[in-house]
Ligand binder design. Sequence first.
Ligand code: 3PG
Length: 322
Amino acid sequence: AGDAKVAPAGFFQKNQWIVTGFFFFMWYFLNVIFNILNKKIYNYFPYPYFVSVIHLLVGVLYCLVSWSVGLPKRAPIDANLLKVLIPVALCHALGHVTSNVSFAAVAVSFTHTIKALEPFFNAAASQFILGQQIPLTLWLSLMPVVIGVSMASLTELSFNWLGFISAMISNISFTYRSIYSKKAMTAMDSTNLYAYISIIALFVCIPPAIIIEGPQLLKYGFSDAIAKVGMTKFISDLFWVGMFYHLYNQLATNTLERVAPLTHAVGNVLKRVFVIGFSIIVFGNKISTQTGIGTAIAIAGVAMYSVIKARIEEEKRQLKAK
Ligand code: 3PG
């Protein structure tokens, strides 16, 4: 035992970037698997409101088990904290359901192309809701994103308005979620925070699922799915998609705790590049040349926007330091 190599003091601090890199890797990995399994389920069980509830339910059960063994220790909650968390959870629930309505309605690659507009919505919110002045160069840098997504949408083979509009609503919801989470992030650690948000969001998602999909589910939804893939596969698919959903979101929240919001936003767009690529390969989706070029322009646009935004923030920081 005396020969055992022990990491020198400070090793873990110095290698924080390896840990952060690992967080990003796991976030992307879990997200790609989630997106593929999720769409496979919608191909034989097209009930996004119900599946959204299952995603959250599996996550909540996972949190309850984790808390019961003290990993992590449950952070206490009171009425004031709840007030801070409720708006975040409402936006999380709405963004989640609308993303899933879109996933079920159109190709996964198309939903993620529209979701690449999220930074544009964030910039609009900063200017028009939070009253922060967004420089013209930053607005201009977002133009290719809007043009690219428009080009991609016009010739998207799986296009329909339900898929398009619901993905747009999810962009708005997640933008509000990020505005409200700024306050919530300081209230407790990210794992506890995401656990409470999941619990509240679960309660928000149950009534619309019952009202909108309940009757069809009971009449033929469940029986059709079981006839197609069998009970065991149906239940295990729902369980695993819920686990992947919860874990990728928890990893995303943990990553946000470790990096600047801008890095996180860029990371989120890069994540979509992987999801778009893998989903096209796995599902063999045909995409038109214009859609391919439009998607590429949009993603390159987001990258450009991020670089310009980072530069502007750096300039601001230096001005403050003087
Ligand atoms: C969801 O189910 O909420 C969506 O997967 C959200 O997508 P995003 O985390 O990639 O924005």
